[in-house]
Design a binder for this molecule. Structure first.
Ligand code: FAD
Length: 478
């Protein structure tokens, strides 16, 4: 019997797991994918929002601001890339200026620090590549960018080191409330727990509705993106928004913490919770919107496109806390934006409620810090030489675009919750994230994974079990 079972290994489930792992509790995390950070937490803008556009008094506003304030020290402790690059929200017509002022007033109400209105000249001085016809904008210096993969992974690793059991490739089918515990049917058998945390992202409504009469309905709202090569990563320094729309924060132009440029997302509701395809219309839309923000969209530098699904619930706010009619069933539902920004604060918010409910005591010993796989590309020449001298695997470059070495890939495999897939390696080391998008290094990484994990190369997958690359040797097939 577990004290706590968390459903979902996204940034929210992992935040809660990290927080609870400091307490004397038996905790399990059930995740249907082969790794953590496989759904919405891997496909978003990576922005740590300032909190201007959240409705004053909402959980979104409160936790966004708290998360934003916590993010710098939180990321330092966990060795997660975070840059407080500031954000700009632009309007392009005089007629939109009253809307910009309303947004500014909302930011003041939300106590977003340091915001100010800038005119055209001030904006162009800050960002020379903006559309010169920009009319005015709001500068929010507290806005930032974070690596969403590492934010999720590093928390999961700390939780795992502190004793949380991660059950990957474990799909939850059904939760049943018994007298004083929950029975959870999964693809790997039946689990029992005193308390459930439902952090299943776009599927959180389904688990809530299995036990509660307060029915939730999550509609997936798709967001499509174009990602650009690092060569144009410094086209803008800030994260640049246009005025928000009823469907969300609109199309953004932003640098990423890895030095790429990101453009997107779209925002439209769909029916299929598995549909993360990109579309010609979607990508055309973001490019057109991007052209309004910056002088020129550098289309010849696009290296990939991707899409993510927001977990939109009609209520409009995060649904966080114990269910009104099911004691010990805790929801983290409707976690659309700013879920990533708020994640560290949500871990504390839910974690506090749960430890109080279970009267849990802190452990005597636990870790709070983490160190990610060394970024060889960022080392100085002297440091590189020292690393190679100590371990010759640092002298073998596997991913040429991102300069990722054999030593880094081996470390990614053998860490706590180590990578077992090509995408798992990519998220821990960036191998395959560069210009060729794994065209050159994927076969090599597949080979390394198969050797290090002692697995048949045919079993090595891109991400899910169904995404294997190989069917056999050429000669065998002949
Ligand atoms: C296009 C887009 C842009 C965004 N941009 C930003 C941004 O810039 N800043 C920001 O703050 N927020 C942003 N967000 C929101 C942010 O990404 C989310 O709030 C956050 O990632 C939600 O995390 P999660 O853990 O709730 O969900 P997920 O990451 O989806 O995790 C849920 C997990 O549950 C697992 N699961 C589901 N069903 C089952 C089952 N039956 N059994 C076992 N496991 C299951 C899934 O596999 C998944 O891993 C954006 C979202 C989108 C879609």
């Amino acid at each position: 019997m577990f004290d706590v079972l968390i459903i979902g290994g996204g940034v929210i489930g992992c935040s809660v797991a990290k927080y609870l792992s400091e307490y004397q509790l038996k905790i399990g995390l059930l995740e249907k994918a082969s790794d953590v950070c496989e759904l919405t937490s891997k496909a978003n803008s990576g922005i740590v929002h300032s909190g201007i556009d959240a409705h004053p008094g909402s959980l979104k506003a409160t936790l966004n601001l708290q998360g934003n304030q916590m993010m710098e020290s939180f990321c330092k402790e966990l060795d997660v890339p975070f840059i407080r690059n500031g954000s700009l929200i632009l309007c392009f017509e005089e007629s939109d200026y009253p809307d910009l002022l309303r947004l500014y007033d909302q930011g003041v109400k939300n106590e977003v620090p340091g915001i100010k209105i800038l005119n055209q000249e001030e904006l162009l001085q800050l960002e020379p590549n903006l559309n010169p016809h920009v009319y005015a904008g709001i500068l929010a210096p507290s806005g930032g960018i974070v690596d969403p993969f590492k934010l999720t992974l590093m928390q999961a690793e700390v939780a795992s080191t502190n004793g949380v059991s991660f059950f990957l490739q474990t799909t939850v089918f059904y939760i049943q409330k018994k007298q004083d515990y929950f029975q959870v049917e999964t693809s790997k058998g039946v689990f029992q727990a005193k308390l459930i945390v439902n952090a299943a992202g776009i599927y959180a409504d389904e688990f809530n509705n299995q036990v509660s009469n307060h029915i939730l309905k999550i509609i997936p709202r798709k967001g499509e993106y174009c990602l650009f090569d690092k060569q144009v990563g410094s086209l803008v320094k800030h994260t640049i928004f246009q005025l928000p729309t009823p469907l969300g924060k609109g199309v953004v132009v932003t640098p990423t913490t890895d030095g790429n440029l990101l453009l997107g997302p779209t925002a439209y509701d769909i029916l299929d919770k598995e549909d993360i395809s990109t579309t010609v219309e979607g990508l055309k839309f973001v490019v057109e919107k991007g052209k309004k923000t910056i002088k020129e969209v550098p289309m010849s530098f696009v290296i990939t496109a991707f899409a993510g699904l927001r977990a939109t619930e009609a209520n409009g706010d995060f649904i966080l806390g114990e269910s009104q009619d099911v004691p010990n069933f805790f929801n983290a539902a409707g976690m659309e934006s700013p879920g990533l920004s708020a994640a560290p604060a949500i871990g504390v918010y839910l974690g506090n409620q749960i430890t109080t409910k279970l009267r849990a005591k802190k452990k005597d010993h636990f870790v709070t810090r983490n160190k990610s796989v060394v970024d060889f590309d960022k080392l100085s020449l002297t440091e590189k030489a020292r690393y190679i001298e100590n371990d010759h695997d640092f002298g073998q470059i596997v991913c040429r675009c991102e300069l990722v070495t054999l030593a880094q890939i081996k470390e990614a495999i053998h860490r706590p919750l180590g990578a077992t897939t090509i995408d798992g390696i990519k998220r821990r080391t960036r191998a395959g994230s560069g210009r060729c998008q794994g065209g050159f290094c994927s076969p090599r990484i597949l080979d390394i994974l198969s050797k290090e994990l002692h697995k048949d190369p045919k079993e090595i997958a891109k991400s899910s079990e169904q995404s294997t690359y190989l069917v056999g040797l050429d000669k065998e097939l002949l």
